[in-house]
Design a protein around this ligand. Sequence first.
Ligand SMILES: Cc1cc2nc3c(=O)[nH]c(=O)nc-3n(C[C@H](O)[C@H](O)[C@H](O)COP(=O)(O)OP(=O)(O)OC[C@H]3O[C@@H](n4cnc5c(N)ncnc54)[C@H](O)[C@@H]3O)c2cc1C
Length: 330
Amino acid sequence: MTQVLVFFERVQEQLTPAQAELLTHADALGEVVVVTGSLPAAGRSGTGQSSTGQPSAAALAVQGVAGVLTGAEPVAAPILPPDPALAELIAAAAGELDPDLILGTDTPDSVDALAAAAVRLQAGLITGATGVTASGAATKTVLAGSWHTTAQISGENAGPLIATLRPNTASQPVPAAKEPDVVELEVAASSAVQVLEESELASSGRPALAEASTVVAFGRGVEGDLSLVEELADELNAALGASRVATDAGWIDHSAQVGQTGVTVSPQLYLSVGISGAVQQKAGMQTSGTIVAINKDEDAPVFEIADLGVVGDLNEVLPQLIEEIRARKG
Ligand SMILES: Cc1cc2nc3c(=O)[nH]c(=O)nc-3n(C[C@H](O)[C@H](O)[C@H](O)COP(=O)(O)OP(=O)(O)OC[C@H]3O[C@@H](n4cnc5c(N)ncnc54)[C@H](O)[C@@H]3O)c2cc1C
């Protein structure tokens, strides 16, 4: 049976949607063991018990997870990536299990740690994959989304395939199961760079752009007035994305830019509002499940890849769309 080692930088009381999705993928491939830099202490918030200080794998009590590995010295303090302790932990876990596949989420910190582990293990790393098979082939789109490729690591002493998977490539949540046992590995604690202070940015309350299952993206067409796209995003519980013109104009933070030089998203539903659909914008969104485009120019390139196109002024189309969504929600 294929042995799959799944890496999470840290596990909190609840899995993130991207973590839950990765476990769904992994469960379909073989026997899964999770390795993580830190676990929450048992008996914490919401359980009514006081903390025992012991690591809890309750969040990982899902089908297919046969065990959990963590460091005897958890990576407790936030450390600026790349954190050598995480790479060492992944390498130690791989030494214990001899896995066929090592999978992680496609976040910058996860990629950093897995890249450093790949060097230690002399293994190949494929990032941004949209799928992985049990025999170690990974699919991904390349060249600004214009090609789908299937890649495999080859070579006499090729180690396991290490791959990070993009969010929104699996839809079924993995069912709950019994809590797996936790085994602690003897690896050195983090010592590289310690963060002395951190402050969280004010949250919009919307889902994270890279992981959201629905994205409302806007461009120059909104002319700086975000009221309608924000209203639509909130009705759909969607993340807000934007074209480079919109972020360069300062209408929204640069972290919201979708495209070749911004975030790559692959939600189940992508609504493109007042965006022309330049090749650099398409590069970051064209693997989305369903693309709906609203643009007043019927020749806008975005319509070439849209599943559903509405030719019209967004100031007239969006209020009707919002009203219809509200009516259907009852
Ligand atoms: C190296 C490089 C990297 C780049 N990286 C990125 C990137 O990562 N992401 C990105 O987005 N761009 C990127 N760009 C820029 C990209 O080429 C385009 O310039 C940009 O995407 C255009 O943004 P836009 O569609 O909002 O604006 P425009 O191209 O000006 O299009 C605006 C659209 O809104 C429509 N519109 C106007 N008013 C309305 C209305 N009332 N109702 C409905 N529709 C309306 C218009 O018909 C038009 O199609 C990059 C460019 C380069 C050279």
